[in-house]
Design a protein around this ligand. Structure first.
Ligand code: PMP
Length: 354
């Protein structure tokens, strides 16, 4: 058995893998891979996926859902273009690689975007809290969970400025208040489904309100919402599996229940990192992510043994990102507490036999 701590694409529930594989062979007599996206059977899938997103996140009325291709990287561009208003000014909180890429894209499409706060001075090991938000911004953008550095916003920034959030790596992992946001976007390939679809949750007021001179149809959220995510061929398989995964989430207590489980898993691992003298977490305690836990081995001579122990135990995807080094345990919704216990036991054993 494998324990997949990979950062994404990542683990999904076994039941979802099984149902998805069955549909590859038989989805109402065809394969899900050959069915027309215009066929009523798939239109029903898209409708269900859309309504399950709304249900799982308690999306209030006045918001629309779209599934679009291009990943969160296209979301950087789409969000900037669709949120551009008369001042053509935006503020970004720079909490790591993805946040700074989003910032660069905003400038590349004609916004005067500025970084209001950054944690780059400490290699992104904390979430900045002290910053001024100018009142003339069209919007404020932040990244709720920093997949690479292992930090997470525990509170939504307080502002009257329209808020835009890249939630790629923690959406559906914890309860959120959608009405705090004008626009949320997230690549599917963490807690939603396989890579291919990107989820947008957009306040209806945003649709058609852009002041950008450059807004091709495909980059205009209004075109996708008006066509119920069928402007062009949607990522059929990704949406189908996302729908299965959302069904599974809701059958198992929804976001509230999974949040509890995620906190339990994260607490177990952080406790071990903090009490085991061989390990250290580089991230500020209050800002630690419950999804991606970064940690370092204090004694390099133990590296070979540690790596061989976790490899033998069937753990995969634990190697840290090159910008942080060390290890990263990504613990998305589908990773079981038992997998975290396997890792913690290995860390204990390494210390015992040190
Ligand atoms: N934002 C965040 C927070 C991410 O973790 C990632 C990818 N891991 C991206 C954006 C980029 O996503 P994509 O590969 O879908 O463009």
């Amino acid at each position: 058995m494998k324990h997949n701590f990979g950062a994404g694409p990542c683990i999904l529930p076994q039941k979802v893998f099984k149902q998805a594989s069955e549909a590859v062979l038989d989805f109402n007599g065809l394969s899900i891979l050959e069915v027309s996206h215009r066929h009523k059977d798939f239109v029903e899938v898209m409708d269900e996926a859309t309504s399950l997103v709304k249900k799982a996140l308690n999306v209030p009325s006045g918001y629309s859902i779209a599934f679009i291709q291009g990943g969160a990287s296209l979301g950087f561009v789409v969000s900037a273009l669709n949120m551009m208003r008369k001042n053509k000014k935006a503020g970004y909180i720079d909490t790591g690689t993805w946040a700074s890429k989003a910032f660069k894209e905003a400038n590349s499409v004609g916004l005067d975007a500025s970084i209001l706060a950054s944690s780059k001075d400490k290699n992104y090991a904390y979430i900045p809290t002290k910053y001024n938000i100018p009142s003339d911004l069209d919007y404020l953008h932040y990244t709720s969970n920093n997949t690479i550095f292992g930090t997470q916003f525990k509170n939504t920034p307080q502002t009257d400025i329209p808020l835009v959030c890249d939630m790629s790596s923690d959406i559906f992992s914890k309860e959120i208040n959608v009405s705090d946001f004008d626009l949320i976007y997230a690549g599917a390939q963490k807690n939603l489904g396989p890579a291919g679809a990107t989820l947008y949750i957009v306040k209806d007021e945003v649709l058609g309100a852009s002041t950008s001179d450059f807004l091709p149809t495909y980059l205009n959220l209004k075109s996708h919402v008006e066509k119920d995510s069928m402007l062009n061929t949607p990522p059929v398989f990704s949406v189908y599996v996302a729908m299965l995964n959302l069904r599974y989430l809701l059958e198992n207590g929804g976001v509230k229940a999974i949040e509890k489980k995620n906190i339990e898993k994260a607490t177990l691992l952080y406790n071990e990192i903090d009490t085991n003298p061989l390990f250290r977490c580089p991230v500020n305690t209050d800002d630690r992510s419950n999804m991606n836990i970064t940690f370092l081995l204090e004694d390099d001579t133990k590296k070979e043994r540690f790596d061989s122990l976790w490899n033998q135990a069937g753990i995969v995807g634990l190697k840290g990102h090159r910008s942080v080094g060390g290890y990263r345990a990504s613990m998305y919704n589908a990773l079981e507490l038992d997998s975290v216990k396997v890792l913690v036991d290995i860390m204990k054993e390494l210390n015992r036999t040190a």
